[in-house]
Each structure stands twice: as C-alpha cells, then as structure tokens.
Design a protein around this ligand. Structure first.
Ligand code: FES
Ligand code: FES
Length: 153
C-alpha cells in the first residue's frame, strides 16, 4: 500500500506517494517524474542510476527510498546553478565526452563526489573514481579528459 513521504531532492521538498519497497531510482523516475537519472541494469551493475545521498555517490537502483527520507538527494537536475551549467556538465560538452549519453548523468554524479573529495585528482584517481560506472560508447578517455577539465576550471 502506498504511503506519502517527503523527500529532499535538489534542495526542494517533494511530497510523493511511494510503495515501501520502491527504490530511490523508481521514486525519482516514476513517482517524481525526474528522468535525468537513468535506469540501466536496475541491479547494481552499471552506475547509470548514480545520484548523491548526503554528498556520497550511490546506485539509486540499489537504495530503498525509505532509507533516505531524512537525507539530501542530489540528481543531475540539481547540478546547474543560477541557470549556468555545472563546470562538469560544460566540460563533458567541451571534451566531446557524450555519445549516446546514457551513462553520462551517472558518471557526472560520481565525478561530482570525486572532485568534492579530491579537487585535483590524478588520472589514476579519476579512473578509480568512475570505476563503478560503465560506458559502452566513449572508450573513457574523453570522459577522463572532461573530468580533468572540470577540475582545472
Ligand atoms: S541501473 Fe543502477 S547500477 Fe545499473
Ligand atoms: S556515452 Fe553511451 S554509454 Fe556512455
């Protein structure tokens, strides 16, 4: 049976009707209508669904919504500030790091935590930071270049 919860997503409180067994991914996409977070494997294997929970990157498909109702959720929709793209978003565009784009939002969210924890990462640290995110298109080099560009901006 559905119940009403309040969820802080991108600094806005959303009142949502959810099933107690809903994942955070399902809640964001199917209950809140926020389609930026992608559903790939839906089983913890690809990283497409990565969001931040209290600043830490998590797979939203593997996170029960009931476990995060008192936490701050950040999705890709929350990255721009004052109408300006986040430096990571701009760098992904400038570096040509987006092909089909399916992995991109998840990789940007993992990168957001990486750069918050380590503003000047080495290439090895970048590779490790996004090692939980699969991209089937880019071969990763342009993604790594984009993260380096964002770190330097
Ligand atoms: S959709 Fe969550 S890890 Fe693949
Ligand atoms: S850009 Fe297509 S999966 Fe990464």
């Amino acid at each position: 049976m559905k119940q009403i919860i309040e969820l802080d997503v991108n600094d806005e409180v959303h009142e949502l009707a959810v099933e107690p067994y809903d994942s955070l991914l399902r809640t964001l996409r199917d209950r809140a209508g926020m389609q930026g977070t992608k559903r790939g494997c839906d089983s913890g294997g690809c990283g497409c669904c990565t969001v931040l929970v209290d600043g830490k990157a998590v797979y939203s498909c593997m996170t029960m919504v009931m476990s995060v109702i008192d936490k701050k959720i950040t999705t890709v929709e929350g990255l721009p500030e004052d109408g300006e793209l986040d430096p990571l978003q701009q760098a992904f565009i400038d570096a040509g790091a987006v092909q089909c784009g399916y992995c991109t939002c998840g990789i940007m969210m993992a990168s957001k935590q990486l750069l918050a924890d380590n503003p000047n990462p080495t290439e090895d640290e970048i590779r490790k930071g996004i090692s939980g995110n699969l991209c089937r298109c880019t071969g990763y080099q342009k993604i790594i270049d984009a993260i380096k560009m964002a770190a330097a901006s």
